[in-house]
Write a protein that binds this ligand. Structure first.
Ligand SMILES: [Mg+2]
Length: 412
């Protein structure tokens, strides 16, 4: 057998998605997610111009060899564009291998280590009242674990707050939280660290008073703090027993977390912008984090993220795979198969996709009692309806950026 066809499919049902579809000589197809939020076209070009021509006539059974060929063979290693492209190929080959074997991918990865995957959703509100409504709404949808993001007095727009009046065409749909906005230029948001650090602990106190000690609560600082600011936030949130505090500092400086760790026992999660095991080299070995945030889609696929998680397991560090809506249903399925199989699963981020997305990508996963399961269809369990996908052409969209009150550009 061999790969005879490789197509890069771009569709924008509720947002942009890039999908690689491979077909073998026997007509078996496999899907891989290559969506890089706000930079989608770069991965499309990388795949179409530099990867697809290399895949034709390759033996589709050789997943590891193909991964090494694309990683080492390019000479230029790592980076989000390269690793998303390799991830798409890797994921599609696992999908094919599962279909050929007649087994769901998690069975090929060692079988289930648990019955289902605890997942967390995104509650948010500009005010406490809005936030409480959002938490209740998530609990009614079945979520046990909930990420809490709050507006901050004096800031007009802030990461993680649903604001569908500006960001979603259908005003009746509450979309928690879709930061990429259609348009030819990115939106500018504002930021003030002192206001944020003052406000957030009081919000978590109010949430614990209202919802009790039981629900696992998470929070994302979105790379905005210096190490000492992050240390202070972690310490100030200790009374509210967070499941994790995410991305407290810009993640590329791994040493920053040593300082944070010296001051707080709040668990730390990091890595949604990381692309390879090398990005985790020091923070895993020095036990500076508690959860690995990478997505299958952005970290070289199932094969590579499995290696990252096995390295993390030696240090009792668990998975917390990235799962916002820009990870397509194909990328989410890959995360579910990997998460079900590894021993050191922690939690899975899960934002529900929109109805149009669910029409383009037919999925077989289940969502029950706060737990995800990828299902038992052979392969990943996702089909792409190409006719439906063709109805939604690419829409230019950017993630926002931040400026401080004096105009300084700040991490978003
Ligand atoms: Mg995050």
């Amino acid at each position: 057998m061999a790969i005879t066809r490789a197509e890069v499919i771009v569709t924008s049902p509720d947002r942009n998605f890039v999908t690689l579809k491979l077909t073998t000589a026997d007509g078996v197809t496999g899907l891989g997610d290559a969506t890089l939020n706000g930079r989608e076209s770069a991965v499309v070009a990388y795949l179409r111009d530099h990867v697809v021509p290399l895949l034709i006539d390759r033996d589709e059974s050789r997943i590891e060899d193909t991964w090494q060929f694309l990683y080492r063979g390019a000479y230029w290693r790592r980076g989000p564009v390269t690793m998303a492209a390799i991830a798409a190929v890797d994921t599609a080959l696992w999908d094919i291998k599962g279909k050929v074997a007649g087994l769901p991918v998690y069975q090929l990865l060692g079988g289930a280590s648990r019955e289902g995957l605890l997942a967390y959703g995104h509650a948010s509100g500009r005010s406490l009242e809005e936030l409480f409504d959002s938490i209740r709404d998530h609990q009614e949808q079945g979520y046990r674990a909930i990420r809490v993001q709050t507006g901050v007095p004096g800031l007009k727009s802030i990461y993680g707050i649903a604001s569908n009046e500006t960001r979603h065409a259908d005003k009746s749909v509450r979309y928690d939280h879709e930061p990429a906005q259609p348009g030819s230029l990115p939106a500018e948001e504002d930021w003030d660290t002192r206001s944020y650090l003052r406000h957030v602990p009081a919000v978590f106190e109010a949430v614990r008073n209202e919802f009790g000690p039981e629900p696992p609560l998470l929070h994302d600082a979105h790379h905005r703090l210096t190490p000492i600011e992050a240390a202070r936030l972690g310490r100030s949130l200790e009374p509210y027993d967070l499941f994790w505090l995410e991305d407290v500092t810009p993640a590329e400086n791994q040493e920053a977390l040593r300082l944070v760790r010296r001051h707080t026992t709040t668990p730390l999660a990091i890595g949604e912008v990381f692309n390879s095991v090398w990005d985790y080299q020091h923070i895993i070995r020095e036990q500076l984090i508690d959860y690995v945030r990478s997505a299958v889609t952005h970290t070289g696929g199932i094969s590579h993220l499995k290696k990252v998680l096995e390295y993390a397991a030696q240090y009792q560090i668990k998975s917390g795979m990235h799962g916002p809506t820009d990870v397509s249903p194909v990328g989410m399925a890959a995360a579910m198969h990997l998460g079900l199989s590894v021993h050191n699963f922690g939690i899975q981020e899960y934002m529900k996709h929109g109805a149009r997305t669910d029409q383009v990508f037919r999925q077989s996963f289940s969502w029950r009692g706060g737990y995800l399961h990828p299902g038992d269809e052979p392969g990943l369990g996702v089909d792409l309806d190409t006719d439906e996908a063709g109805r939604y052409p690419y829409v230019q969209a950017y993630l926002p950026y931040n400026r401080l009150a004096d105009g300084t550009l700040h991490d978003w």
